[in-house]
Design a protein around this ligand. Sequence first.
Ligand SMILES: NC(=O)C1=CN([C@@H]2O[C@H](COP(=O)(O)OP(=O)(O)OC[C@H]3O[C@@H](n4cnc5c(N)ncnc54)[C@H](O)[C@@H]3O)[C@@H](O)[C@H]2O)C=CC1
Ligand SMILES: O=C(O)C1=N[C@H](C(=O)O)C[C@H](O)C1
Length: 269
Amino acid sequence: MMRVIVAGAAGRMGRRVGVMVDRHPDLVYGGAFEVPGSPAVGSDAGELAGLGRNGVLIGAGFESVIEDGDVIIDFTFHEATMSFARLAADHHKAMVIGTTGLSGDQLAELAELSAHFPCVQAPNMSVCVNVLFKLVKKTAAILGNDFDIEILEAHHNKKKDAPSGTALKLGELAAEGVGRRLADVGVYERSGIIGERTSQEIGIQSIRAADIVGEHTVFFAGPGERLELTHRAQTRDHFARGATIAAAWLAGKPNGLYSMFDVLDLQDL
Ligand SMILES: NC(=O)C1=CN([C@@H]2O[C@H](COP(=O)(O)OP(=O)(O)OC[C@H]3O[C@@H](n4cnc5c(N)ncnc54)[C@H](O)[C@@H]3O)[C@@H](O)[C@H]2O)C=CC1
Ligand SMILES: O=C(O)C1=N[C@H](C(=O)O)C[C@H](O)C1
């Protein structure tokens, strides 16, 4: 049995992760924490997640519960995530990181830290979205330069980062499929007299509204026809379940940075 510590246990994802840990046969809910000063500190994590009391009291900060688990599941905020990753590396705890908005420098630091702990990091833990990642790269490679590639994502009005981590990953994979780099061709806003669209650019646009859980569409638009690949999440449970699959998969894994492609054995597809 792997004991799980849930970071940000009172958050939208933290609560659903608690439920999915409870349902996973190889995981046990070992510890939970929130940002010090949060009103959730001291509450019962099971009760907060709607599971009924499970005796796991929400601690103030990671250090207060670090010995209560073997693997940390993190859906919090990028700066907090990096501080937890440094501690996890020091204490040789495994970690699953779902938090998005990590900068290039933060991802590079995470890769260095992962020499000291096993870590799965992915902008989307849903199995279906990871299949979409594969489809998008292959579709881009098949359709090639005759098709304009555009990405549209929609999320709830509490989301802090834009574009979504998933949209950025879709953009990177589509760009790879046609032999480009998103860093060179990504276009994130259009306004005013901007001129005609270039054939190489990949647009990524964001909608933020009400309680939309998460939707992503990749458009491949050619003359006279258009292919759209869409994923719509109706609940957060698929993200949370993916994170628990990753946590259980980490048992006994060598130190290193892994993705959901490794967890789901999609790397060679
Ligand atoms: N990879 C994936 O599949 C998914 C990723 N996400 C990402 O997960 C992150 C969180 O999303 P939500 O749950 O919607 O946000 P949220 O705001 O509802 O929850 C975040 C929680 O983290 C806590 N937190 C922040 N700083 C902390 C610290 N220093 N110590 C302890 N707790 C801290 C907050 O108090 C809050 O309860 C976002 O980056 C989002 O993009 C969300 C869904 C799926
Ligand atoms: O903040 C969210 O809610 C989500 N964030 C992730 C992202 O930024 O890609 C994944 C999911 O779409 C929900």
